[in-house]
Design a protein around this ligand. Structure first.
Ligand SMILES: *Cc1c(COP(=O)(O)O)cnc(C)c1O
Length: 460
């Protein structure tokens, strides 16, 4: 091995101190200690490569860039804003529902000190749920309403509270929950119903079969605490299949003197005639049909922030509200603010213009066609009659017909990767050997940026 100081590739490696001096932006962004460590690792890697026989010593720029990549991987930051050109409206991987302008403003306002638990009139202690409960009740047509961290938490809480899942209240009412075998499913993101039920302390009694369950399969007894119906939100069983309606199950539950709890999933507030909503249960519809307690999500078809709603009979909602687990799954001020603003838009019947999920789902076909035309011209693609997806465990199997832009490129997967790697990242669809862009899920204000970026990637 050559002696120290001799003219070898190793001796060409810069000193870490000199690198730190040359890496002003890394130091500014990540702080001196982390930047120095990353540069030290970059030099160490380079030294190992040279000892392994690499003959070219990296430049200062190479080493700073390597340290930058290293830090970016260790501290990914974000979540970052992305453009959703994939056409999936409630896109789980993209944060589900984008918030309305009013909800964003409400989050901003609540971010500092706010009257979360202060009664501004009397000056005494207020309740965080007082901001939300009256709106939930009005929007859902429910006697009482309460919101927690997410729908999975709402379901655990409901089962724990209504089955005496806490040790003190063991014994009657019974701990058993009757649920159809066809509904014991995994609803994406490892939401496995049997595991959720087990976590609550409830005992599961499966009734019926995977494809067919009838009302008479729900045989209640002294140890039955409640009947649970779960909307199969991300799949449909077609063919020889049957499940009892909410009304039929409500009758069984009433006869047995136990509550019917319905997990409707999407947070669709009211029945609506849109064809793609066929079969999607609404909160109000379920309560009207006789469900005693409805559990649903706040960030699917409700179009708000991540949240889980519990609405229905006041005694059942109160049991949830006062259960010790409620404290562990409570909402923070930012999401209460966003949920209030979202519910207010629904109550004003302004969701179609103000709540982005609904604005996209019910976008004017003529406006979409114009935007698709402009996009196709901008990127050298062509407009095809296609479809968007409601997505995110809402309206499974449904498609929203609409114009989409097909861009024929040699390597669509690479083009999609380049779009994701840009700023802002763009998520497009790859299918049938082409790149696809759906204007429905893009904010019209971003159309120009989308067209420019895609054009640049396609021509590269
Ligand atoms: C999405 C969904 C859930 C889970 O909702 P989270 O808010 O993600 O916890 C539960 N049940 C049904 C039927 C769903 O569709």
């Amino acid at each position: 091995m050559p002696a120290r100081g001799q003219d070898t590739p190793l001796s060409g490696l810069p000193r870490v101190d000199d690198l730190v001096a040359a890496a002003g932006r890394l130091v500014e962004r990540h702080g001196r200690p982390a930047a120095t460590e990353a540069l030290r690792r970059a030099v160490g890697d380079a030294r190992r490569r040279l000892l392994d026989g690499d003959t070219r010593a990296p430049s200062v720029g190479d080493l700073v860039a390597a340290a930058g990549r290293d830090l970016a991987a260790r501290r990914p930051g974000g979540p970052r804003r992305v453009l959703n050109a994939a056409g999936v409206v409630v896109h789980t991987n993209l944060g589900r529902a984008p918030l309305s302008a009013a909800a964003r403003e409400a989050v901003w306002q609540a971010a500092g000190y706010c009257d979360l638990e202060l009664d501004l009139v009397g000056g005494g202690r207020g309740s965080r749920s007082a901001h939300l409960s009256p709106l939930l009740e009005e929007a859902c047509g429910a006697e009482s309403g309460f919101a927690v961290n997410n729908a999975a938490a709402a379901l655990v809480l409901a089962l724990a509270a209504l089955t005496g899942g806490d040790e003190e209240r063991a014994g009657p009412p019974g701990r058993e929950v009757l649920v159809s075998r066809g509904e014991l499913v995994e609803i994406g993101g490892s939401f496995r119903l049997p595991e959720i039920m087990a976590a609550s302390g409830a005992r599961l009694v499966e009734v019926g079969t995977t494809n067919r369950t009838r009302a008479r399969d729900y045989v209640t007894g002294g140890s039955t605490a409640l009947i649970l119906k779960v909307h199969p939100a991300n799949y449909t069983i077609t063919g020889y299949a049957a499940a009892p309606s909410v009304a039929e199950l409500a009758e069984v539950a009433r006869g047995a003197g136990v509550p019917l709890v319905h997990d409707t999933g999407s947070g669709l507030l009211d029945d609506a005639p849109d064809p793609w909503l066929a079969g999607e249960p609404s909160v109000r519809g379920s309560l009207c049909a006789g469900a005693d307690l409805v559990v649903c999500s706040g960030d699917k078809l409700l179009g708000g922030p991540q949240a889980g709603l519990l609405v229905g009979r006041a005694d059942l909602v109160d049991a949830c509200r006062h259960h010790p687990l409620a404290r562990a799954v409570r909402l923070d001020k930012l999401r209460i603010a966003a949920l209030v603003a979202t519910l207010e838009a629904h109550l004003r019947h302004a969701a179609d213009t103000e709540v982005p999920v609904w604005a996209m789902l019910r976008a004017d076909p003529a406006a979409l066609a114009l935007r698709a035309d402009a996009l196709a011209r901008g990127v050298g693609g062509r407009v095809v009659d296609g479809a968007s997806l409601p997505g995110g465990g809402s309206a499974p199997g449904s498609r929203l017909p609409g114009p989409v832009v097909r861009v024929d490129v040699a390597a669509p997967g690479e083009a999609a990767a380049a779009l994701r790697a840009g700023d802002p990242p763009i998520v497009a669809r790859v299918d049938d050997g082409a790149l696809w862009l759906d204007p429905r899920t893009v904010d019209a204000a971003d159309d120009a940026v989308l067209a420019d970026r895609v054009a640049a990637v396609v021509s590269a």
